[in-house]
Design a protein around this ligand. Structure first.
Ligand SMILES: [Zn+2]
Length: 279
């Protein structure tokens, strides 16, 4: 090994030790799982905002007032249950062929009109939103970025990866949040993160006053929505609606039903979602 590369390695190790001490120990909400996260929350939220602006420029928003009010209402109830004091935004994208939804760090949430018929009612939508919000508040994207950063160890200086103006940082961030369509690369959430988002999501929807039993029906509808399609919907490519997932949700019901019973306002399934009329 040359003198230069051994010095570079030392520098890498120092940067990682420093980052680890600074941000390394995080804890996921609800489950209390310990996480290795090398991205600080402020950087993550700034990257979320950048992505939000980019998506707003690119996508056509749906201006159906009834649909917007409904998404806003369900979203804010879940947001309140999360206890996160973010600058929450809920936007509906007019794309009937897209069965998808996601939440960026910092509370910017997008719902594609294609997922609404699968959601069917407010509780179905609450299932989707609570799951996506759970990924964001448990900082799963930052966790995946950190794994990718460790993998890139020796290639790129970590400090460079945390530079907001670095295109690799933005690319990594987009991929880590499943916005693969934008960069052509998807890092799927791990099974562990999916299970965690389901757990936190179910807890959030119950706390917000939506019947958590509808989550099981929602995932069954998701499964049906995929059958008979030539292309697997985006949401399902990163969120397999298999028997294991549905069984795990059923197993969680005894824990979350008492939370639902104690909710300040109970909405049950809420209103049925009408067909969107985006102009
Ligand atoms: Zn997920």
């Amino acid at each position: 090994m040359s003198r230069w590369s051994s010095e570079t390695s030392k520098k890498f190790i120092l940067v990682f030790v420093f980052l680890f001490l600074l941000y390394g120990c995080a804890t996921a909400p609800v489950t209390g799982r310990k996480q290795l996260i090398l991205v600080d929350p402020q950087t993550e939220i700034k990257l979320g905002l950048q992505a939000y602006e980019e998506i707003l420029k690119k996508e056509k928003l749906c201006n159906d007032p009834t649909i917007n009010a409904l998404v806003q209402r369900v979203g804010m109830r879940i947001a309140k249950a999360s206890g996160k004091n973010y600058d929450w935004e809920f936007k509906v994208i007019d794309k009937p062929e897209s069965i998808n939804a996601f939440c960026l760090p910092g509370g910017k949430v997008f719902v594609y009109t294609g997922i609404l018929p699968v959601a069917q009612n407010e509780a179905g939508l609450a299932t989707v939103l609570a799951h996506e919000i759970a990924h964001a508040i448990a900082r799963h994207g930052a966790e995946r970025m950190s794994i990718a950063m460790v993998a890139a160890f020796g290639e790129v200086l970590a400090a460079e990866l945390l530079d907001l103006n670095n295109s690799r940082t933005r690319e990594l961030f987009m991929a880590a949040y499943g916005l693969g369509a934008t960069v052509g690369l998807i890092l799927p959430y791990s099974r562990k993160q999916e299970y965690e988002a389901d757990t936190i999501g179910l807890y959030l929807m119950a706390k917000a006053g939506y019947d958590p039993r509808e989550a099981i029906k929602f995932w069954e509808r998701m499964r049906q929505a995929a059958s008979g399609r030539r292309k697997i919907p985006e949401f399902l490519s990163t969120h397999p609606a298999d028997g294991k997932r549905i069984q795990a949700l059923k197993n969680l019901l005894p824990q979350v039903l008492p939370i639902y019973e104690k909710a300040e306002h109970k909405y049950g399934l809420g209103e049925k979602i009408p067909e969107p009329h985006c102009r």
